[in-house]
Every structure is written in structure tokens, then in C-alpha cells.
Write a protein that binds this ligand. Structure first.
Ligand code: FEO
Ligand code: CA
Ligand code: CA
Length: 676
């Protein structure tokens, strides 16, 4: 291990850690989805003994509709094969252009990208790193001109700083010397996080370009933000920066996103806990309050050690949540409580202050998906907590939707629920509200703000069902069914293995779906089934009851999105340490597939370059241009190869270039609708 490599004992070194995961923190006795599946299958008289057998009994019994004759098939492209190439592969007749790679100038003085050599301040005027959730906001309803908003989930610091080249650096390593970090490197990492908003327009040649525009902006891990909803002004978010508990700085680890019915952008704070440390100890053991412990705040040094910036400036010191002052207004013991929220951004107002909407709960938000808003009915949205054995949540607004007046204020008053999946295919939404489901002062939940800051503990207490890392959700525009990706859970025990379809650990993931009672998204009960159990030809089960074929095998569903015509787009995130090897070898590089939920047919549409994940997808309103993000190409580069300047991927610039996350612009040569 190089002296330049950060060897602090972070949670990513813990046994069983999977890339992109937070440390398992759920020690409650609530059942897992597998317990539920097995119990349900048992009650139905199906041979119990493993997942695939049990799952086989579920298909056709739940919400799955039998294939019906269709006038026009939803999927009109020819499936592509798996690929391990360092390139983007799409079906015949499709065209791919790269837009807005990391470092593209968008605002301020428009500093040109200089691979690894831009200053921290320059990075704050350029597209960030590690593109994730993305949305296209048409300007004037256009399908050729709009504002793109996109997340930057995290950074690979070794590619961010050219001065680290030639050193043995691992993917997540940072350079610490004498327990200090270079302050401008820290600023650059902070500015490479957050959200980019920029105008994009199709030019005369058909290629899209980033356009300089007054609305272009970077929101970073340092941008001032406010809290709204029940936690605003509460004791939980009092800090030296905001003694009245109304403000904080920045958003971090922004994974998936959401688009509100009033056309704003919501960015999720996913694996934020490790960005903070709390070194408080008692009897030589870490001594964390529950709002740190249940989320996995680091005990020694944070993920990127931003708190060690040599300048000692307040904006960096705040990542150390250790108790130092006489009270919470004199230190940053509460700083981590300002994270784990959904953050609302108005992309059309560059001066708007992002708002953390606290009533949507505090956890490892993957994103948020809104049910179609209906005038006169509550606004409803769903959000998954992506960590092993965590939950799916739903928020129902107290006030009805009125298109004339709707705003983010609708998200400040309502009820947050956690999902309980019953063994008989029914489900319940458990209210996380004072006096409900044991959430009382006597049980340690003082009030609504206390419940929301400790959302995971509240869901534990309410009895929600532990799931296999809930990632993106999406709502079928034609049926109202809600789909969620459960990406994997390598902690599944041997006792749950099916000897016929051996899955010693759930490496492959599945997609669950449900229908709310009476078709009302605000309902408190639902019916669920599994849409697909991912895997290779021997371990999977598709919605048509058959195993997936070569054209459709995949693992680790993550991004999910229904387009306007009802195609379900499925994106994969096989972790860096697992992809292209072992049981995941048959799947090749991370990819995107399209499914017809009516027939269960799935076809592979796109495969990305080496070392990346495919995440984030949206089309223009006409469905003829699709934007897809490629995140962390080359992340599988070993420390030795990094030192030698040999990167696993040189995408998209080619040659010996450092790899860059970027957006793909996908069109059809004949100008048709993508996927049709
Ligand atoms: Fe950032 Fe759960 O993927
Ligand atoms: Ca994800
Ligand atoms: Ca993921």
C-alpha cells in the first residue's frame, strides 16, 4: 500500500461491503423480503426450499398480467449481445453522441477542462464527476432545447488530481500527509459533487451541445441550502453555522433524482453518512448518538477526510461531528443530521436556494418517484433506502394537488409511511407519525421531527420489511403499478439457498412491483409480486415465468424508468469488485435493457464501457432523443496500473486519457422513438 493511499479503517473495509452500499446498520428483527417470499410460497403449498422455486409460484398469482395480443409491440429494436469492450454498444440503427463529460465548462468564466489540472474553484464552474440521476426540462416545450439537471454521486479522487499520477492509488483512496489534506484538493472534490444544471440544444448537424446560459449553475457540497418541513428549526439541526436550525451547506452523494408535478428537480442524498466522522468515545468505544449510529457515520476518519483540510476553514471542519463545544450551536455535532434528505432545486431560477424537504424522511435516499398527480387528490411519492436490509417509503401530502398553486410546500405537510410486504401478496403502509405504530415519547420518539431525523429507527419500530437494497422506483403510466429495483444483497444466508437454483448470496437482485388498493396511490394497503428475478440463464426468472435468455440476462438492477409509452428501462450496477468475473462474468459490462411489462419480454439495448455503471435515463418529450449517464468508467483500474498510467478505460476521450463520466445522447438514424 502506498503512503499516498488512505488506509483509514472506514466502513468500506468491513467484511461484506459492496461498492455503493452503506454499512449494514439495521439490527432490528423485522423480516426480510425472502422471509416473506418463502412464507408466502409455503402458504400457497409450493415446495419451499429456495428463492427461485418460491418465486415461480408467485408469477401469475399477483399483479402480473398475462400476455395480450398487441397492435404494435413495444420493443422494436434488435437486442444486442453482452460486451466487455471499452466502448458504448447500441442496437443497429441507433447513434450515440457523448455530451457533458466531467469537467465540461458550464458557468462563470467557463474554464476549459484540463485533465486533473483544474483548480478547486474552476471545478465549481464545470460539470461534476460521476453522473447519476438526470432530467430534461424542455424550454418552451421543445424536444431540441432544454435544461439538463443531473447528479454527481461521488468522486474518484485519483482521476481528479493530476499530481497523484504515478502513485499507487486505489479507487477510493485520497492523499493524506501528516494527518492533513491539501485544501484546494478538498475544495475540488467538494465542487465535483452535487448537481449540474445546464442548457443543452440540438444543433444543425443533429449533435447536441452545451449552451452557455444564465440559468447554468453548479450546486455543490458547499452550496447554502435551507430546511423545510417538520425538522426545520428543530434541535436536531442546530449547528455553529445555523444556530436556529434552518440552514446547512451542500448536498452529497446525490444518486437518483425525482421530477415533481410542479416541474422542479429533486436530488437524493444516498451514501452521505461516511462523509462525516464522529470520534466521540466512551470506555474506548465509539460513542455515537442514534442519529449517527443507525446510519453509519464514520468513527475515525471520513470517506474523503475533508475534515482534515489543511486550511482548517469552517466549511471543511464541519465534516467532523465530534463533540467539541459547550453546546450544539458551538460545534458540528449535528452536521450529519442535515444530510440524508431529498433536496428540491428549481432549475429555471439560478438564484433559488435549494430546499431540503424533511418530511420525505432521512435515510440513504436513492431517489424519489412521484405518482401521476391528480387534481383534488394528495401528492404521493415513493423513495427507497439503498442499503442492505433497509426499507421502501411513501409520502402522502396532507393537502390536495392543485396545478395552479402546487409547489414544494405540498411536501412539508403529510404522512410518511414505510412498506410492509405480507406473505400472502398483500402489503401495508405503516404510518411513521406520532402516536402511530408505537412511535411515542415512551418509546423514544419525542415528536415528528425526532421520527423524521431517525426515520430508519421509526420504520424498525413500526415493523417494516427489510429489503435487498431498494434502488430506483418508477410508476407504469398505463397501469399505475409501482416498480422498484432491489439491486442485490450479498448477505443473504446459506439457509435461504435453493439447491436447484443455487444463489448462495443474492448477487443478482430482483424487481418488485405493487398495485395500490382501489388504484389510489394514497391507499394504505397494496398487492405485490416480483416482476423479474435477475440472473443468468440458469438462475433468473422473468415475468413470463421463464428464465431470462442470452438477450436479456442481467444482474443488479439499479436505475428504473418508464417512458411515456410504457417501456420499462432497466439499468444495471454490478459493483466494481464483482463485474466481469465469477458469477457475473456472463453479464459483461454494466448495461441498460428495455422491458415490455405486458408480455414480460426484456431486450438488452445498451452496454457501456469498462469499469462503469449505467445510471440515469430520460428522453425529450417526443421520445426521440434519450439521455443516459455513464458513471465511473475505469473504476476497476488497480493501484499498480494507475501508477503505471494504464487505465482500464480511456472512455470517452480514447488514447491514454483519464476516463470521464459522461452523458450519452442516443438517437435513431431514422429519427424514430427510442426503443420502439
Ligand atoms: Fe447510488 Fe444506490 O446507487
Ligand atoms: Ca443507483
Ligand atoms: Ca447501485
Amino acid at each position: 500500500m502506498s503512503a499516498y493511499e488512505n488506509d483509514y479503517p472506514d466502513h468500506t473495509r468491513t467484511p461484506g461491503y459492496t461498492h455503493g452500499d452503506e454499512p449494514p446498520c439495521n439490527r432490528s428483527a423485522n423480516p426480510t423480503l425472502y422471509d416473506v417470499i418463502d412464507a408466502r410460497a409455503s402458504r400457497r403449498g409450493i415446495l419451499v426450499g429456495g428463492l427461485a422455486t418460491a418465486v415461480g409460484g408467485l408469477f401469475g398469482a399477483g399483479a402480473a398480467a398475462p400476455a395480450k395480443a398487441q397492435a404494435k409491440p413495444l420493443l422494436g429494436f434488435k437486442a444486442i449481445t453482452v460486451s466487455e469492450a471499452d466502448s458504448v454498444v447500441v442496437p443497429e440503427g441507433y447513434r450515440v453522441q457523448v455530451l457533458a463529460p466531467w469537467g465540461t465548462p458550464i458557468s462563470g468564466t467557463m474554464p476549459a477542462f484540463r485533465a486533473g489540472a483544474n483548480s478547486g474553484a474552476e471545478q465549481g464552474m464545470q460539470v461534476g464527476m460521476h453522473h447519476d440521476g438526470i432530467h430534461f426540462f424542455p424550454i418552451g416545450g421543445s424536444s431540441t432545447d432544454g435544461l439538463v439537471a443531473m447528479n454527481h454521486e461521488y468522486v474518484e479522487a485519483r482521476f481528479l488530481h493530476a499530481t497523484w499520477r504515478g502513485k499507487e492509488m486505489r479507487e477510493s483512496g485520497v492523499r493524506v500527509e501528516n494527518d492533513r489534506r491539501d485544501a484546494d484538493e478538498v475544495l475540488k472534490e467538494i465542487n465535483a459533487h452535487g448537481v449540474s444544471v445546464f442548457r443543452a440544444r440540438r444543433g444543425a448537424t443533429g449533435d447536441w451541445e452545451v449552451v452557455q446560459d444564465p440559468r447554468n449553475r453548479r450546486i455543490t457540497a458547499a452550496t447554502p441550502m435551507t430546511f423545510s418541513g417538520p425538522v426545520r428549526g428543530s434541535r436536531h439541526v442546530v449547528t455553529k453555522y445555523s444556530p436556529d436550525g434552518t440552514r446547512t451547506r451542500g448536498t452529497i452523494n446525490n444518486c437518483a433524482h425525482g421530477n415533481t408535478p410542479w416541474n422542479t428537480y429533486m436530488t437524493a442524498e444516498e451514501n452521505w453518512a461516511g462523509y462525516f466522522r464522529n470520534t466521540d468515545r466512551q470506555d474506548q468505544k465509539p460513542n455515537h448518538p442514534r442519529e449517527h449510529a443507525r446510519y453509519g457515520v464514520a468513527t475515525e476518519r471520513s470517506r474523503y477526510a475533508w475534515e482534515l483540510a489543511a486550511s482548517g476553514a469552517d466549511e471543511f471542519v464541519r465534516f467532523d461531528a465530534s463533540t467539541r463545544g459547550a453546546g450544539p450551536a458551538e460545534d458540528y455535532r449535528n452536521e450529519p443530521n442535515g444530510f440524508g434528505w431529498m433536496v428540491e432545486i428549481d432549475p429555471f431560477d439560478p438564484n433559488s436556494v435549494p430546499v431540503k424537504r424533511t418530511h420525505l424522511g432521512r435515510f440513504a435516499h436513492e431517489g424519489v418517484v412521484f405518482a401521476p398527480a391528480v387534481p383534488g387528490k394528495p401528492v404521493v411519492c415513493y423513495s427507497g433506502d439503498d442499503a442492505r436490509f433497509e426499507y421502501i417509503y411513501k409520502f402522502v401530502s396532507a393537502r390536495p394537488y392543485d396545478p395552479a398553486t402546487a409547489s414544494g410546500a405540498l411536501l412539508d405537510e403529510g404522512t410518511l409511511y414505510a412498506a410492509k410486504f405480507n406473505a400472502d401478496g398483500t402489503g401495508e403502509w405503516l404510518a411513521l407519525a406520532p402516536g402511530h405504530n408505537g412511535l411515542t415519547p415512551a418509546n423514544g420518539f419525542a415528536d415528528l421531527a425526532d421520527i423524521l431525523v431517525n426515520t430508519r429507527l421509526a420504520a424498525d419500530r413500526a415493523g417494516a420489511t427489510k429489503l435487498d437494497r431498494p434502488e430506483w422506483g418508477t410508476v407504469d403510466p398505463r397501469t399505475g403499478e409501482v416498480y422498484f429495483a432491489l439491486t442485490n444483497n450479498t448477505s443473504r444466508t446459506e439457509a435461504q439457498v435453493d439447491p436447484v437454483n443455487p444463489r448462495a448470496r443474492n448477487q443478482f437482485g430482483q424487481i418488485v412491483r405493487w398495485t395500490e388498493s382501489r388504484g389510489e396511490h394514497a391507499a394504505t394497503t397494496f398487492r405485490w409480486d416480483l416482476f423479474v428475478v435477475a440472473g443468468d440463464v440458469g438462475t433468473s426468472r422473468g415475468a413470463n415465468g421463464r428464465a431470462l435468455a442470452a438477450d436479456s440476462i442481467f444482474a443488479c438492477p439499479d436505475g428504473l424508468w418508464f417512458d411515456a409509452e410504457g417501456r420499462l428501462w432497466i439499468q444495471t450496477d454490478m459493483g466494481e469488485s464483482e463485474m466481469n468475473r465469477g458469477d457475473l462474468k456472463p453479464m459483461g459490462n454494466n448495461q441498460m435493457l428495455a422491458a415490455d411489462p405486458r408480455t414480460g419480454e426484456i431486450r438488452r439495448f445498451l452496454v457501456g464501457p469498462k469499469g462503469q455503471e449505467i445510471t440515469g435515463v430520460i428522453t425529450t418529450p417526443d421520445g426521440r432523443t434519450m439521455f443516459v449517464n455513464v458513471q465511473h468508467p475505469g473504476a476497476t483500474t488497480s493501484p499498480a496500473d494507475f501508477a503505471a498510467g494504464k487505465y482500464v478505460s480511456n472512455w470517452p476521450d480514447g488514447g491514454a486519457a483519464v476516463p470521464r463520466s459522461a452523458t450519452l445522447v442516443i438517437t435513431r438514424a431514422d429519427g424514430g422513438v427510442i426503443g420502439a
